[in-house]
Design a protein. Structure first.
Length: 109
């Protein structure tokens, strides 16, 4: 079992502390809503398709417009490219991507 090191708390303003807390909470809720969306999407697509591909309705004081759109995407089969054209694959397989990740954890006291 790992133990957490005790460190001195930084003196952040209440506003800054709230910002970090809200960021962590939003990230958690985003994951939950993504799972919810996946669980009901198929049924929603079937419902809209049943009504001709487009629906207008009212719910909780909001206008709701739903429309089905089917898109096709083309992708490159990287495994096949690597096996059949290793020189080309090596030449283009890497690219530099810069990003900043912020990880915030919240534990209820």
């Amino acid at each position: 079992m790992s133990t957490l090191k005790k460190t001195k708390l930084n003196n952040l303003s209440t506003l800054d502390s709230k910002l970090l807390f809200n960021y962590a909470e939003a990230k958690t809720k985003k994951k939950a809503f993504t799972d919810l969306e996946k669980s009901i999407k198929e049924e929603a697509v079937k419902l809209v398709a049943k009504h001709g591909g487009q629906v207008f309705t009212l719910c909780k004081g909001h206008n709701v417009h739903a429309k089905t759109m089917f898109k096709e995407y083309l992708t490159i089969d990287l495994v096949k490219l690597k096996n059949e054209q290793p020189e080309i694959y090596k030449q283009y397989k890497t690219k530099k991507v810069e990003s900043t990740t912020l990880e915030v954890n919240v534990n209820k006291l």
